[in-house]
Design a protein around this ligand. Sequence first.
Ligand SMILES: [Zn+2]
Length: 309
Amino acid sequence: MERTARGRYETNLDDPEFTIMADGTRFAGFFLGDSEDSPAVFPMQVTADQMTGTVTASLSKPRTHEDKPRTHELQRIARKQRLAAAFRLFARFGLYEGSAGHISARDPERPDCYWLNPLEVHWAQMRASDLVLVRSDGTVSGGNATVNPAGLAIHGQILAARPDVVSVAHSHSPYGKAWSTLGRLLAPLTQDACAFFSDHVVFPFSGIVLDSREGEHIAETMGSMKAAILLNHGLLTVGGSVDEAAWWFISMERQCQVQLLAEAAGTPNLIDPETAAATAAIAGSPEVGRTQFQVLWNLVSRQEADLLD
Ligand SMILES: [Zn+2]
């Protein structure tokens, strides 16, 4: 379809995107919504009255999880917005140290490429338009932006090794970093901690990750798991969406904090393995990860709407 006209429309939504077909009075439009994959866009029916010149737009149906983005471009916009929101939230929660750390999102159209944060932009000011595309050969497209070389070494390799993964999150968050010095897996101390039960690994430290082979080794060590504790370094999480990778990181940081507090106070009671595994099946599911992130998205995308730019 070709954008040939814009018209007056009647809707309570702010600035929906729409296109009028050159030869007709009806078309299917989209309104960019508030989810990464579903429902990232809302199908919208538009009717144009050629006599009066009035264009009326309305959502064709309520939001459902079947409302998939219909074009790669729309999906890309939505995914980059979720990624920008993740940076805002990490900054809000203090999950960073200077320019260390990175969160990536695989491109929906070119799965060998991914979006990453430029070094020049503070996470608290990240907008969707600031993100840069990294190609499979590690080169960066667009502008003069630079990216963290460790980010290239880690994200490209994990995304290449894990077709099930859309997003990787890593930063030098304080409690994750403190816990990482102990070289231990997180214990199933609480219901929330069970999300990581038998679903994370400890990866040895061998200096700053600048060699892509180190990224390969991290991916190999993780297998199909959702998280890694990088020894003497920090946390790393992955997910089938930006929402999941970001939420698991935020939650894992909390579990590190809780276990440090509990062990400083005494000897915590452990949830037995059978109960922990059953709890993990629910608390650690992708659906829970997306649901948990959604409320944070609702908050930050309204309070800091410039992240959508
Ligand atoms: Zn790092």
